[in-house]
Design a binder for this molecule. Structure first.
Ligand code: WTA
Length: 649
């Protein structure tokens, strides 16, 4: 693990006393079996059959897990869209499947039957424009109903989708399409970002011009400009396509369990994005089972998750898990920590939301705004709260429990990643006591270890690298295919399967895991993932910049910000120009969502005698903390300059 990581713990962030789940919740919980972990251990992997059984299969799998091929539910055939729609028609065709709340105050509602119809029509339209089984369709839209509809239409015809978050630039979108050989793009004419209208048609044009292959484009109306855009060859208007395919029905295509359902890109440890491929059977079983057991979702529940569909949480716990179970999904356009401050609470009251799943970043904003906002609303419909994306400290946990959950809702702090597809470490709300600040024990069927640099497991309450030792149904194809995604100097033999998560953690004497944050070259800034190498290699493309180091530090309402430190070539004086150009380069190569909160220019970056940049000190400076021992630095004198540059920023 290179230099090794210092596992620091802040006493304010450590887990506090245990909290028992409320009796009112236990009386109705989906999973209350206290011995469930022991049972999964004794019957692994067959116990995972209960995840497979949550789905409708057109051919039942031969076994739950095949060790030789590392595949889940081998031999099984199914279709994800049929699982999310068709099988619910018998019992809930007039139940709302999707309720959309738009940024302009619009509302649109789809029953299961209506969603089924539009997905069928769009599936027929995709076929009409040439999309076949296995073709990757790129989707680039905000959280509007057409996005889940397009995802499910792709799933219906066996075309893997690749959703690219709207905050990515044209360059980043084109690179991702190129990596997947995707020549189909479904894009909206624009979207609203914090109230401002952002056009996407220019981006679509740039992408078409950049890629060597012809790109067939479908434009969805968000602004009312799609008709003007879709006039040329290879460009279609979503509405026109639907009208032409009105009433069409498309047989769901049988997919093997291990066939890809979608690809998703995330920030990894190299200079380029990491491509993650999720499977049809294992992934869907995992998300459906965890939606049932962890989110306690029942058919007919109204469920609200604030994640954007461009990231994995939106895939697993806005679309696939909840719809596979027959829930009513509330889809909100825009970020939760964005005004109006009453909106989230108003939606919960108005739609009588049962389950609310959000992020610590959003909770920090809610806390800052104050309890008077949730207190104006009747939130008594809520039964369970969940968080994901970054550690939640005990104070935020308490605030959520008191001001949103009225102390009658359990909170599940769910640890997982883009790579895991679904939850891996969390309490089971009907089984486990909660420890605010700790995510909880691994789920049934999952084993984790915390190891030191040499791969040896460490003692209880000692920080180390978090490793998952057992395969899980939602694991991506890359891990089945033997891609290790582990640290290069991972001490384990190749034959031993293990997944290095990139997170630091410790486990207490009760087996509860506390996450200490990323320990690889990935940064988690307010729940968003960034690759330091990707950002740094972009920053050094700016004329005059010699080196760059990117860290996450305290910043603004969201709690964390992205700090880019750059050193300049001798004689370069134009700090202002450099700062503007570094920001512009990052916006152009990656996207507006990666815009640095601060670009700090200094003559040199702090280095060890062997020439390694000491990012820890740069983080301390960003956080305004004292620096401790700096005697091992080759150039300790730069720290003062950097600190004053940060203070001026
Ligand atoms: C972090 C998001 C603490 C972690 C689903 C992980 C968490 C990264 C938690 C994955 C949690 C996620 N507590 N940290 N409950 N959940 N993380 O791929 O560092 O966007 O490695 O997936 O988020 O981020 P990703």
């Amino acid at each position: 693990m290179g230099d090794g990581h210092e596992f620091e713990t802040d006493p304010d962030e450590l887990p506090t006393a245990e909290v028992a789940p409320p009796q009112r919740f236990l009386d109705q919980a989906n999973v209350t079996e206290t011995g469930i972990r022991e049972r999964f251990r004794a019957q692994w992997p067959d116990a995972w059959d209960e995840a497979g059984e949550r789905l409708a299969w057109t051919s039942k799998y031969d076994s739950v897990y095949d060790e030789a091929t590392r595949s889940w539910f081998p031999g099984g055939q199914l279709n994800a869209a049929a699982n999310c729609l068709d099988r619910h028609l018998a019992d809930r065709k007039h139940q709302r499947a999707l309720v959309w709340d738009g940024q302009r105050g619009e509302t649109r509602t789809y029953t299961y039957l209506e969603l089924f119809r539009e997905v069928n029509e769009f599936a027929a339209a995709l076929r009409e424009i040439g999309v076949g089984q296995g073709d990757v369709v790129t989707l680039h839209m905000p959280a509007i109903p057409e996005l889940p509809i397009a995802m499910l239409a792709c799933a219906r015809i066996g075309a893997p989708h690749a959703v690219v978050y709207t905050g990515f630039s044209a360059d980043a979108l084109a690179r991702r399409m190129d990596r997947s050989d995707s020549s189909y793009l479904v894009v909206s004419d624009g979207y609203y970002r914090r109230g401002d209208a952002v056009s996407l048609t220019n981006k679509a044009e740039t992408v078409r011009a950049t890629l060597s292959a012809d790109v067939t484009t479908v434009v969805v109306d968000r602004f009312g400009e799609s008709h003007e855009y879709a006039t040329d060859v290879g460009k279609y208007n979503y509405r026109t396509l639907l009208d032409r395919n009105e009433g069409e029905r498309v047989e769901p295509v049988d997919r093997a369990s291990t066939d890809e359902l979608f690809v998703i890109y995330t920030s990894g440890t190299t200079g380029t994005p990491k491509r993650v491929t999720h499977t049809t059977g294992g992934y869907l079983a995992h998300t459906a089972w965890t939606s049932h057991a962890v989110l306690d979702l029942e058919p007919g529940d109204t469920y609200f998750c604030t994640a954007d569909l461009g990231w994995i949480t939106g895939h697993s716990y806005v679309v696939y898990g909840p719809l596979a179970l027959g829930a009513t999904v509330l889809l909100r356009e825009g970020e939760a920590d964005q005004p109006p401050r009453t909106n989230v609470w108003e939606l919960i009251e108005h739609h009588a939301v049962d389950i609310f799943y959000t992020s610590p970043t959003a909770i920090r904003a809610f806390m800052k705004w104050g309890p008077e906002y949730p207190e104006q609303y009747d939130l008594s419909s809520l039964r369970l709260l969940g968080t994901v994306g970054e550690p939640i400290n005990p104070q935020s946990w308490q605030w959520l429990s008191e001001h949103v959950g009225n102390e009658t809702c359990p909170i599940v702090d769910t640890w997982w990643q883009t790579e895991t597809g679904g939850h891996l470490i969390t309490t089971l709300p009907g089984v486990d006591r909660m420890k605010p600040g700790a995510v909880g024990p691994p789920l049934p069927g999952i084993d984790v270890t915390v190891v030191d640099e040499d791969g040896q497991s460490v003692d209880a309450n000692t920080g180390g690298y978090l490793v998952v030792d057992t395969p899980w149904p939602g694991m991506p194809r890359e891990l089945s295919e033997g891609v290790r995604w582990a640290a290069p100097d991972d001490a384990r033999p190749d034959s031993e399967w293990a997944y290095r998560t990139g997170d630091g953690a410790f486990v207490d004497e009760d087996g509860y895991v506390t996450i200490l944050g990323r320990v690889d070259d990935v940064l988690n800034v307010s729940g968003r993932r960034f690759g330091t190498r990707e950002l740094e290699s972009t920053a050094v493309t700016v004329d005059g910049v010699t080196e760059a180091a990117v860290v996450s530090g305290a910043y603004g309402d969201r709690g964390h910000g992205l700090y880019v430190y750059v050193s300049l070539e001798d004689g370069t004086q134009e700090s202002e120009r450099i700062r503007a150009e570094v920001t512009a380069a990052i916006e152009q190569t990656i996207g507006t969502f990666a815009r640095p909160d601060a670009v700090i220019v200094s003559p040199e970056l702090p280095k060890t005698s062997s020439g390694k940049i000491v990012r820890r000190l740069l983080t301390d400076i960003a956080n305004g903390e004292s620096l401790g021992d700096t005697s091992a630095l080759r150039n300790p004198e730069v720290l003062g300059e950097i600190r004053s540059a940060v203070q001026q920023d």
